[in-house]
Design a protein. Structure first.
Length: 141
């Protein structure tokens, strides 16, 4: 499961931009074989007086945390590619905002601590996972 949690000050993303960004994110993960329903994107609008950078309130800011559970990067170069991909996904939505502070990080969490609808997801690349992707739904396997 990729979980993208996007904290942002008001006016950064319109409803249409949220839909477009979450679709672009999901499309990428689907291309590498994940079921679309694995991808969750949460937008949390936060007032400027509730986002502090360096101890100061931030009038325009975005802070994103990404949790990867279904797949992990095997080495440093893969992690760098992932960071560049994330940057590329975000830049069109963010760089047009003057004076915006933005940052992200990606955590890789053990898949042993993950369930969907009470089921342990099938191993990556397995026939069961391919079936989940094809049907875009969980099923016992």
């Amino acid at each position: 499961m990729p979980l993208w949690t996007i904290h942002h000050t008001p006016g950064i993303f319109s409803d249409e931009e949220k839909q477009e960004l979450s679709s672009r994110i999901t499309d990428h993960y689907e291309k590498i074989g994940l079921p679309r329903f694995y991808v969750v994107t949460l937008f949390h609008e936060t007032r400027p007086e509730n986002i502090y950078v360096g101890g100061e309130p931030t009038p325009a800011g975005v802070r994103i945390t990404i949790d990867h559970i279904a797949r992990h990067n095997p080495d440093q170069e893969s992690r760098r590619r992932t960071a560049q991909w994330v940057k590329g996904i975000l830049q069109p939505h963010i760089e047009r905002k003057a004076g915006l502070h933005w940052e992200f990080h990606v955590d890789e969490t053990s898949e042993d601590l993950w369930m969907i609808n009470g089921l342990v997801p099938p191993p990556g690349g397995s026939d069961a996972e391919k079936s989940w992707a094809e049907n875009n739904a969980t099923a016992p396997y």
